[in-house]
Design a protein around this ligand. Structure first.
Ligand code: C2E
Ligand code: CA
Ligand code: CA
Ligand code: CA
Length: 276
């Protein structure tokens, strides 16, 4: 048993070394990836449930590694966050998303302007510079502030609500909308909404996934919608994969939705085609 234990230990430690090594390697490669054109944004359409109209899109980052192919954002965003690379990458993403959104406006003369929704990582928020970065981006691209939405996770806000609240207030005062992402997965839940000023919450897709099967998830989703609305906050459902989910969300008064049933993320050119 002792020998097996030793082997086990050796096995795990080697696996761990490899994981660390891969991370360091990824970090190194991620550093120049934007300039080499390996990173790009895809856009997933967001729909208004009341009339079924497309009203905006969420920007999602993609990394096409020259040898490894597509690397999941859940992997490389984490690397960027841990290493601090996100502090240069984040503003580049923001800038590119604003530039693309300006071109959507041009294709929709007379129609409602489409918003673009950009994910902001906890470290980007904590860097404190975010309101300035956002202001510069809007000024230089000409995108109206109302058409930019920022998505923050609860973890970005938790622990330092006072600082976060003042940052969010500054951003909102400029006209940018702020949404709380992955809502319902954190510990704070609804009580948070009293202290952190946001315009919307995105119900995490784990709730939506079971909304037709699990009465608890339906009850929670319904409660989130009611509570948010009573606070003047709009509700977005993500991960809508079935018509039934769409129907029940619409019936419960959810405002916006996105998901594979409605539309997959597509590149900027394909998105322009969607706009017609
Ligand atoms: P997220 O912000 O929760 O983004 C939604 C994720 O759900 C996306 O995964 C999207 O492709 C996926 N999705 C959309 N509809 C469906 C559906 O109907 N079913 C299922 N199962 N999934 C759906 P993706 O693109 O792999 O992104 C994963 C996470 O990486 C994002 O989660 C976000 O936290 C992060 N991320 C992506 N792009 C950026 C970025 O530019 N900046 C930052 N800071 N984070 C990003
Ligand atoms: Ca998001
Ligand atoms: Ca989410
Ligand atoms: Ca469940």
């Amino acid at each position: 048993a002792k020998v097996a234990g030793k082997n086990c230990y050796r096995f795990y430690s080697r696996a761990m070394d490899q994981a660390v090594e891969r991370r360091v390697h990824l970090e190194h490669e991620l550093r120049g990836a934007w300039d080499r054109g390996e990173l790009s944004l895809v856009y997933q359409p967001v729909f208004r449930l009341a009339d079924g109209k497309m009203v905006g899109a969420e920007a999602l980052l993609r990394w096409k590694h020259p040898e490894q192919g597509l690397i999941a954002p859940s992997v490389f965003i984490d690397v960027a966050e841990q290493s601090g690379l996100i502090e240069t990458l984040g503003p580049q993403v923001l800038r590119a998303a604003c530039e693309d959104a300006v071109s959507w406006r041009d294709t929709r003369v007379g129609a409602d302007p489409m918003f673009v929704s950009v994910n902001v990582s906890p470290r980007q928020l904590r860097s404190g510079d975010l309101p300035n970065v956002v202001a510069a981006c809007l000024r230089e691209t000409g995108l109206p502030a109302q058409q930019l939405h920022l998505e923050l996770t609860e973890t970005a806000v938790i622990g330092d609500e006072v600082h976060a609240s003042s940052l969010l207030s500054r951003l909102r005062a400029s006209g940018v909308k702020v949404w709380l992402d992955d809502f319902g997965t954190g510990f704070s839940g609804l009580s948070h909404l009293r202290r952190v000023p946001v315009d919307g919450v995105k119900i995490d897709r784990s709730f939506i996934a079971d909304v037709l099967r699990d009465p608890d998830d339906l009850a929670l989703t319904t409660a989130i919608i009611a509570m948010a609305h009573s606070l003047g906050i709009i509700v977005v459902a993500e991960g809508v994969e079935k018509e039934g989910q769409y129907a029940v969300l619409r019936e419960r008064g959810c405002d916006l939705a996105q998901g594979y049933w409605l539309g997959h993320p597509v590149n900027a050119q394909e998105f322009l085609v969607l706009l017609g």
